[in-house]
Write a protein of this length. Sequence first.
Lengths: 440, 90
Amino acid sequence: MKEILASLPRLNDKYSIFSCITEDAEIGDSEFLFSAKDGMTSKDMMTRCGSKILDGYRPTFDATAIERMRNAGGKLIGKCNMDEFGFGTFSTTSAYGIPKNPFDLERSCGGSSGGSACAAAVIDGHISLGASTGGSICCPASFCGVYGLVPTYGRVSRYGLVDYGNSLDKIGLISSDPERIARFLPVISGKDTKDSTSCGQPKLELKGKRIKTIGVPEEPLAGVSKEVLSSFESSLDALRSMGIEVNRIKMPSLKYAMPAYFILATSEASTNLASFVGMRYGQQDGDLSLKFDDYFTYFRTKYFGEEAKRRILLGTYTRMAGFRDRYYSKALKVRLHIIEYYKKIFSEHDAVLTPTMPFVSPRFDEISKMTPIESYSADYLTCPPDLAGMPHLSVPCGYNRDGMPIGMQFVTDHWEEDSLITFAKDWDSAFDVRKPEVSL
Amino acid sequence: MERTTVERVARAAHFALSEEEFEKYSKDLAEIFDYFKILDEAPEGEGYGVNPLEVGDVLRDDVPGIFIDPYELLKDMKTYENYVRGPRLL
């Protein structure tokens, strides 16, 4: 562990994983090392959510998930780079370094938990806490060739997780080894009176329940690249050879998940981020003789990035009088429909399976040319389970001819994390997961 | 999207946008909402839930207590005699 700690600055120079690294080089009584997305508060390191507006913010408390990892013997080694407040698919909106894909440094780690997935891929024996609102764990796990688990909404306390979309945010785990996810999910799960959404959960029980039947919706496959589709179809054969029944199903409503997600997420974000006005947290260099409206406007204009402004504008619009019913209220009802639809599928299948992302990680020059809609559309496979609050898991399932990882995503019913974890462990024995070459 | 609408939204969000930003965001928002039109035809579920799962009311016992030392919090803020300093209200 000491060697890993010593190597962190060099790793960071190469991959831009962390927005800050622990200054404490002593291992002490720690039993394992972990990292966390910088959207979670930590009392010994800054918490900046990839945003300039929070520069200098040093919380006085740990997020519950971080506290529980520390209590289990973990040492927090660093806070991971992320898209600003989670607003992105490629971690390119981070103000403190854009993580580079360990399989090709010219490509993205995915987002928004890009630094966490990179850490999981390049640090031996590592576990990282990520957070997902619309794909922010599964996307980077897929792009970096590691396992990413998003538990059911409410399974892990959100206390200390800086809100993006509070009805969508979930803390989860990213690792190259599913055994570590199995070990640490019980650590971070459980009721926490500081987050009432965690208090209605049934007890997490990992009993080795297996997925026996899978539904593969046909409609989303039309938007997937040829190389991802080819790898995905080969994986279906592998699943059949593992004794899992694979059935093609119809889920036409999945296409509504992405717009419904963006409306709810940005509506919630636009109110949640209203508290960042140059008082209490982070940057506070304004002129207090200004009238409060001007003072707040100065900070928000100066320190929020381009995508953050776009999403706040979007969310402000969808909540405004005259538009609210058409967008926000409608999106809430569509979410309920999608949940009902999933439940119907789960009455006949144990899981729903799609590729995780429609393409392998793009190059940074390709990302810079994407329009907002093109970028948002990249999330169309990860949005549905996140919108529905259902647990989901990305596992590596192939590599394209350039060696870039491809992932597939399993979704199960609310509170059914057990079968996802069992599957990940079984798959890890059956599939040859490649590790990136890490030379410093 | 009309300029006056974007101006109204930006004002509500406390952003002072440049001319270039007004143009960019007007175009972006128009494209995004054009894409979102697909929701008009989307089926709706029963009810009106603001969370994906039912969230129970969990109340703490009514016992006074300090979760975080307020003086620790004040260290991060501009203060005057232990009051948080803010901009002018009037």
